[in-house]
Write a protein that binds this ligand. Structure first.
Ligand code: G6P
Length: 611
């Protein structure tokens, strides 16, 4: 949430910062701003997207070899020019950008106001900046020391970048709870919320940890903790190419990412799944195998789409491994004082690896003796780093705000995990184990086959784009897919949608059924098939419009539904990896038909680093 970029070195800073902000726009796009040093401090900021700022600065003197930039997802104060970052201090000498929330800002603001400070914005950021300047003045210390003192007195989450007119080559940066990556170049440094702004300049990066402060100059990177002890920066080599963060000929990242799924699922399975030899190699599970074998229960914590992957996993793990599983929203789990016993396994699922609620939930569980297993897409992210073990989904950077390929990657990892644990526990018959391994291996080509028919979904989308509401129903493994289909439609097309277990629909949502309500059934061939056919009948009897996602060869549902989309046959455990894809496409095409900016839907952000 909020994207931050910084540069110090011999190049012109502005173009680097602007390009970086465009890559980080997935994190928020309410307002944008940059601060440069050229003689004095120059700040340009504007409500709206990066493109609006670019228009705004036409003709301005943008020459500078140092710069910080911010793209905002508003927390404190409405999105407008005033509240846009960077903020400047009372003296006009310091500029700061911030990602996070300072929880005790109101008290600090009150204290500063008593001292005569006034504020031009409604933000917590401006308060923190003036707090830092006030400490610097009163303690007669340098900026670095003032930042350290201030950060020890605040509560909340932050990643901040600061520049000072009196020290025109230095960026001071610090993080707690919000991500910060520093790219190390030759005589230059790059800073970002993730590594995408620095990809074409350097492959050497430092992931800054919580409670660390960096003093960044062209030739120097000094890392310290808040106790002023120097820390040796740990340099990681980036394994990411520029092409991975570009659209590659597609109109939108979301569409590109949907169509990448045959290869991303394949990448996820590659080197791990060896069906011919009956082997699953997941070192993270293997290294913790005794913990998994002895686990009395597994808890899964996640948010959004990742939470839906957790729900599918609950069904799969309980079925195959016979270990009780609970799935929790991380935001509830972290505050509700859950019972955690030593040895409980917590699986955190997260695309970004930075979702604040998920991160704090597992930090708390870790303190109480739980074993933390992370299923994460973003390599080197906070959740990956604090987990005891884990498995990456290897889906590559996901930039469209609505999660697609990360979700199927999560399902692939979770299925492999469940199969491996079941095999170790002896809870799966050999024959079924072997069959499922081959099934899993065939999923990428089945995804490819169904994507070849994507235009059929476009036709359905055109037909229903005018709907005000929609209902998504599924049973068993496809129930979480119904939830995911509804979430996607809400996010990308702004149509109100509800996901429900198909049978439970009789206890409420059936009251909504009229002849204009589209009801999407996720009804692939599985052990619940006859039951869901009855549910379709119940909707048809009330004249609802039925769109059904069904298995090739189904001869019953085409005679009942108004529209059908076929997916290749698969074992019911694997079906979600197929049945979700037409729903991703449906939301995409409805969104496009309605003129929604599908990669940046209203009010959403990809990485939610505030609670
Ligand atoms: C945001 C995104 C969703 C995502 C959720 C959880 O709401 O828009 O696409 O599912 O956060 O994010 P995570 O990175 O933890 O999977």
């Amino acid at each position: 949430m909020c994207g931050i970029v910084g540069y110090t070195g011999p190049r012109e800073a502005y173009p680097i910062v602007i390009k970086g902000l465009k890559r980080l726009e997935y994190r928020g796009y309410d307002s944008t701003g940059v601060a440069l040093l050229n003689g004095g401090l120059k700040v340009y900021k504007k409500k709206g997207r990066v493109a609006d700022l670019e228009e705004f600065v036409v003709g301005a003197d943008l020459h500078s070899h140092i710069g910080i930039g911010h793209t905002r997802w508003a927390t404190h104060g409405e999105p407008n020019d005033r509240n846009a970052h960077p903020h400047t201090s009372a003296s006009g000498k310091l500029a700061m950008i911030h990602n996070g929330i300072i929880e005790n800002y109101a008290q600090i603001k009150k204290d500063l106001s008593k001292k005569g400070y006034s504020f031009t914005s409604d933000t917590d950021t401006e308060v923190l900046l003036n707090f830092i300047e006030d400490i610097k003045k009163n303690n007669e210390c340098n900026l670095e020391e003032a930042v350290r003192i201030a950060l020890k007195r605040i509560t909340g989450a932050y990643c901040i970048l600061l520049i000072d007119q009196d020290d025109p080559q230095t960026i001071i940066a610090a993080r707690k709870g919000s991500p910060l990556v520093i790219g190390v170049g030759k005589g230059e440094h790059f800073l970002g919320s993730d590594a995408s702004p620095m990809l074409e300049y350097t492959k050497e990066v430092v992931y800054v940890n919580d409670y660390e402060l960096a003093i960044v100059r062209p030739d120097e990177l000094i890392l310290k903790n808040l106790g002023n002890e120097t820390i040796t920066p740990f340099i990681t080599k980036l394994d990411m190419e520029l092409a991975a963060i570009e659209k590659g000929g597609y109109d939108h990242f979301m569409l590109k990412e949907i169509f990448e799924q045959p290869s991303t699922i394949h990448d996820c399975l590659r080197g791990r799944l060896d069906a011919a030899h009956g082997i699953i190699r997941l070192s993270g599970v293997q290294n913790n195998i005794d913990a998994f074998k002895n686990a009395k229960r597994i808890m899964i914590v996640a948010c959004g789409t990742s939470w839906h992957a957790g729900l599918v996993a609950e069904y799969i793990i309980e079925e195959l491994c016979r270990i009780p599983v609970e799935v929790e929203y991380a935001s509830e789990f972290r505050y509700r004082n859950p019972v955690i016993n030593k040895g409980d396994i917590i699986i955190a699922i997260s695309q970004s690896g930075e979702t604040a609620d998920t991160l704090v939930a597992i930090e708390k569980a870790k303190e109480q003796g739980a074993i933390i297993f992370g299923i994460v897409n973003a390599v080197g992210s906070s959740i990956a780093r604090i987990s005891h073990g884990g498995a990456y989904t290897h889906a590559g950077p996901e930039i469209g705000v609505a999660s697609t390929k990360a979700f199927t990657g999560q399902l692939a990892v979770l299925t492999m995990m469940a199969l491996k644990i079941a095999k170790e526990n002896g809870t799966i018959p050999d024959e079924r184990y072997t069959k499922l391994l081959f099934e899993l291996e065939s999923i990428p080509e089945k995804v490819e086959a169904l994507l070849a028919n994507a235009t059929a979904i476009k036709v359905i989308a055109e037909k229903y784009k005018g709907a005000n509401d929609a209902l998504f129903l599924g049973r068993g493994y496809n129930f979480p897919i119904a939830l995911e289909g509804a979430l996607k439609l809400k996010e990308i097309s702004y149509i109100h949608a509800e996901g429900y277990p198909a049978a439970e629909m009789k206890h409420g949502p059936i009251a909504l059924v009229t002849e204009t309500l589209p009801v999407v059934f996720v009804a692939t061939k599985d052990s619940y098939h006859e039951k869901i056919v009855s549910n379709i009948q119940e909707i048809k009897a009330r004249k609802g419009k039925v769109i059904a996602i069904i298995t090739e060869g189904d001869e019953v549902i085409p005679g009942l539904a108004d529209d059908v989309f076929f997916v290749p046959p698969a074992d019911e455990i694997m079906a979600p990896m197929l049945s979700v894809i037409p729903l991703q496409l449906l939301s995409y095409y409805v969104g496009i038909a309605k003129g929604v900016d599908v990669d940046k839907p209203r009010n959403l952000a990809k990485s939610v680093t505030v609670e």
